[in-house]
Design a protein around this ligand. Sequence first.
Ligand SMILES: O=C(O)CCC(=O)C(=O)O
Ligand SMILES: [Fe+2]
Length: 221
Amino acid sequence: MTIAAHPDRKALARIGASVRERLAGETCVRRLPDERAEIYAIDDFLPVLACIHLMAAIDAVACPSSLIDGTDWPDYRTSFSGDLDAMDTCVQDLETRISILTGIASACGESAQGQRYQCGQYFREHCDWFDTDSRYWRRERHCGGQRSWTAMVYLNAVDEGGLTDFPRMELSIPPRSGTLLLWNNAQPCGAPNPWTLHAARPVVRGVKYVVTKWFRARTWQ
Ligand SMILES: O=C(O)CCC(=O)C(=O)O
Ligand SMILES: [Fe+2]
């Protein structure tokens, strides 16, 4: 596919530039050391009490995780997950913090999804951007289109394992309570960025909790 042909490319290039500019002015934000993808970490993004509340909220909704393409590959994503209550004030506070930081309208974000990995559980290598040649894209293109940025907050530290790896760049991020990881799923030109391939490695000791917000190029519905 030529660069110009990627769906939502112009919107993604515009969103990328405005988030980049905004983050550049934030001293608390550190960019991970690889030019091939824009990945940022912000420590102490969420207070401990909010993390504790959100872990309990995840326990209340967690069911075996599914995959966006609707396939049932039992070994691909073994975690438990669920959409968090949009009326929960902690969830709203998290969403507001992310929108203030990034400047991306909350309306472009999918429901906040909580995820729990128990011992041995993982999420194998995947990209968060959509494969626009797939069947599921016929549905997703009408629901806000391509994914722009991913914002994921770790709610706790894990005794062993549970790292988020970007294997194509040899980056490894250990979970830490309250740290936000933020990455652009697109390249500066707005085409999907294959370097953003990532995985949640198996938890070896402990339990891991995260909340993920995936943003779209347009309003999510
Ligand atoms: O749990 C992780 O470290 C990664 C989760 C993830 O890839 C996602 O929510 O899209
Ligand atoms: Fe992901």
